[in-house]
Design a binder for this molecule. Structure first.
Ligand code: CA
Length: 219
């Protein structure tokens, strides 16, 4: 899963990014409205955290820009503006959630996970696929009821496949959700990660769909 954070407070941005990366999320940070607007419009993200007071374009305009461009990614506004009228403005501009600073990062992570889960069309917080289960609010995977230990890259791939289980996830789409924007990506790195996952969860769960991508299937 890959998160876009548009936040001009560098200290806050790096502390949120650290917390999200510790939960295995890939995180891209934009410190102004112009760059954030461009990234959200052109790159694939599972969710965005958007500040309102930003240099070079405020958050509401950035959000309006994304929605006008047809971008459907869930957006959580994170701001010091706590008036109800600000919240109304945010939701009217197309926000999916709104959090006021100061906040607990644990709550932010929970809200982001819920937004990603709902955007993928899942109401229940636990997803199942064959012997595999995924607790979407904690990010924990289990195989045959036992905790599954995954690296951050493995987790990003498997959670993306799990949220879209039984559907083909295109290779490029998967790659975009695994690597941060400035990462140096090797052309066969996704295949390496898939190979490692198959060794951990068995070869039958992740199906290769030639010329397209991968599909997680419970059989
Ligand atoms: Ca700000």
């Amino acid at each position: 899963m890959r998160v876009l954070m548009v936040e001009d407070d560098a200290v806050l941005a790096s502390s949120i990014a650290r917390a999200l990366r510790a939960e295995s999320f890939a995180v891209d940070i934009a410190d102004n409205g112009e760059d954030g607007g461009h990234l959200g419009e052109t790159e694939a993200y599972d969710v965005a955290i958007l500040d309102l007071g930003l240099p070079r374009g405020d958050g509401l305009s950035v959000l309006a820009q994304w929605r006008a461009a047809g971008r459907t990614l869930p957006v959580l506004i994170l701001t010091a503006r706590d008036a109800w009228s600000d919240k109304v403005q945010g939701f009217k501009a197309g926000a999916d959630d709104y959090m006021v600073k100061p906040f607990r990062v644990e709550e932010l992570v929970m809200r982001l996970r819920a937004l990603v889960r709902r955007a993928a069309g899942h109401a229940a917080s636990v997803l199942h696929c064959g012997p595999l289960s995924f607790e979407a609010q904690t990010g924990q995977f289990q195989l045959d009821g036992l905790p599954l230990r995954l690296t951050a890259f493995e987790w990003r791939v498997l959670s993306c496949l799990m949220l879209r289980k039984e559907a083909v996830v295109e290779r490029l789409d998967l790659l975009e959700r695994v690597y941060e924007g400035d990462a140096d990506v090797d052309s066969n790195s996704l295949e390496v990660i898939i190979g490692r996952l198959r060794r951990k969860i068995g070869t039958s769960l992740i199906e290769t769909v030639r010329g397209l991508g991968y599909r997680l299937t419970g059989g």
